[in-house]
Design a protein around this ligand. Sequence first.
Ligand SMILES: *Cc1c(COP(=O)(O)O)cnc(C)c1O
Length: 388
Amino acid sequence: MNENFLQPCTIELNKQAMQKNIRFLYGRSDKDIKISSVIKGNAYGHGISTFLPMAEECGIDHFSVFSADEALGAYKNRKKPDTDIMIMGMIRDAELEWAVEHGVEFYVFERERLEAAVKAGKRVGKKARIHLQVETGMNRTGFDGDELDDIFRKVAESKEHLELMGICTHYAGAESVANYYRITKQNERFLEVLKMARSYFDPLPIVHAASSAAYLTYPEMHYDMARVGIAMYGFWPSSETYMHTLKNDNSFVDDPLQRVLSWKSEIMSTKNVAAGEFIGYGNTFLTSSDMLIATVPIGYTHGFARNLTNAGYVLIGGERARVVGLVNMNMITVEITDMPDAKKGDEVVLIGHQGDKDITVASFGEMSNNLNYEVLTRLPSSIPRRVV
Ligand SMILES: *Cc1c(COP(=O)(O)O)cnc(C)c1O
């Protein structure tokens, strides 16, 4: 018996869209910059095991993750031995040796980790590849100004066990013009730190600070590498970033960023419901006339939010069909009265386009771009992903 059952929904990654985004992003810098693809949060819901090899094929050779377990996932899924992986956040002392052994780069933002990195390098017999993160005003992680001399000296003295790969910082919200002053101050502090670092390291290692928003908005913050997440997946970090980009370059005909991900399911069943009946659990939806409905086998277990009850839309046969009744754990009901030809097995688009209609990720939230991050990372890792 064939037990290779298909799941009720699939996520498709569009390689051409990805290539287009990468080309656009490289075109935004005058410098010979390197772009690290940020793939924390299961590659922003795109699925690390599918996304990473696709990104490698598109020419990306540096990936940033949050934690050691994500680094392990990236390491196992890379296809090219020269692909670099960098941990920007959580790594336990016990996990350091694995990182050193496998050449995985990691942030160092406190003295204890620096000491542990030296020890791990010594024990493994390979240099720990570290990025020093400095505090410039985000106030989350990073070395403070008054400890830097000491830290730089220690790094310089530990060359035998450490390879200083980078010096970096992170801006506190470059996607909003409201943070302009804070970001600018951060960058001034970062420049001072770099000046100091020059007396210890010549040449300086790779300097990096910008995420998507800073990269698209502040060319003076490009440095040697940018850590780009959301934009590579085809989303603007905010509508301000979008406006800023278009205002400074009116040569674009279409949106230069293209969504990489689509999410699809199919019609499970169709049914006629008479006027005056409730649909599904409880009494959230009462039919005012005879209605044709379709059930679609996706629900909040798959990340289709309950607040789309009586509010969300899907695409069937190139037309919008509205969600009627409660979003269930594994099922939704949508109205297809105007689509008498719709039948079991027909494609249902939850995110993506069909014909000339489109359903955006933002429409899952409150039509706000900032929620893209959250909606995307809520897509469960159990949904199969494939490249198209
Ligand atoms: C998530 C993250 C990024 C990428 O941010 P985007 O807005 O998705 O481009 C860059 N740097 C750090 C430290 C991050 O945590």
